[in-house]
Design a protein around this ligand. Sequence first.
Ligand SMILES: *Cc1c(COP(=O)(O)O)cnc(C)c1O
Length: 371
Amino acid sequence: MSDKPIYVTEPFLPPLEEFIPYLEEIWASKRLTNNGPMHERLEEALCEYLGVPEIALFNNGTIALLTALQALRITGEVITTPFSFVATAHALTWNGITPVFVDIDPNTLNIDPSKIEAAITARTTAILPVHCYGNPCDVEAIQEIANKYNLKVIYDAAHAFGVKDQGGSILRHGDLSAISFHATKVFNTFEGGAIICPDKKTKQHINNLKNFGIVNEVTVVAAGINGKMSEVNAAFGLLQLQHIDQVLNDRKTIDTHYRESLRETPGIKTLQPTDLEKHNFSYFPILVEDDYSLSRDDLYALLRKNNIYSRRYFYPLISEASTYRQQTSASNGLKQSLQISEKVLCLPIYPQLHTDEIERIISLIRNQKNV
Ligand SMILES: *Cc1c(COP(=O)(O)O)cnc(C)c1O
């Protein structure tokens, strides 16, 4: 096989020489972490780029999620989706909270708001939905339920960098949103993440929590954690931000290419493009239906044989993991999630993916009619 392997994603790396001046600045300042100048600049730049009031940077998205739950003092049970990356439920478990899984809407692949109320008990304190693949949840329906039952809403917005609906950034919804800047995400700082905060007071509280609960030399106000982003990571974020519009444009071109080429392939379904001001084209999921000539796993294997590493995000479901399988909410009522997780396949999408590589992937998918 002479073709070079194609992974589901590849991080965007600007030319190395562009990063050197940032490193020189860090070396000169001798500030390596703890709210240094790069960190400050990145927070400011991200607030402006994303159009959000306040942002608190973190060393990764999982710690951001853990801290968001701590900041709102969430306990008991939290309603969430099984169709996500395991970190969503793990963040609850690490806080001693029980995740309660609710089924997804088969069109958006996000938590189905019409099924949330039935899962609420006296112990429920919050809802933790995921904007899966960057497609916004039904934020209004979710907020309405939260208001009615006095629940908090924390969004796992790990996939949602830069996504905007008619009213602005989708990161503004809920009480808090946590985002990831992991190497595999649309915008990356190698490792990193953030909490989007509605105001300065909330941000100050979160800043304390991410620095061991330390407020000053003699005052510790909470059992905080080390969630700080280093200066090198922040600097890389500043550099990434200079290229983000091009990155999103390139992703959009690939999305359109796939969408148009696969439209008429029997048994292959693409998700409806959402009516948005701005999407981030972070993933390209397809559903391999029964009338396709191969099963999803056979198509996955065929692509693999051709050095194309698509991914079955999200299969198995979080609720299928041994840690969660025993829970009541994991064993019934998740019909749509189970069906989708057995059909879904995420195709490679990243700025450096060449047109001829996309063509090769498409023709492999299209030419399986009579095998
Ligand atoms: C990536 C991801 C996370 C975790 O983010 P990290 O920065 O890797 O810790 C959480 N939730 C979802 C849905 C993710 O995709």
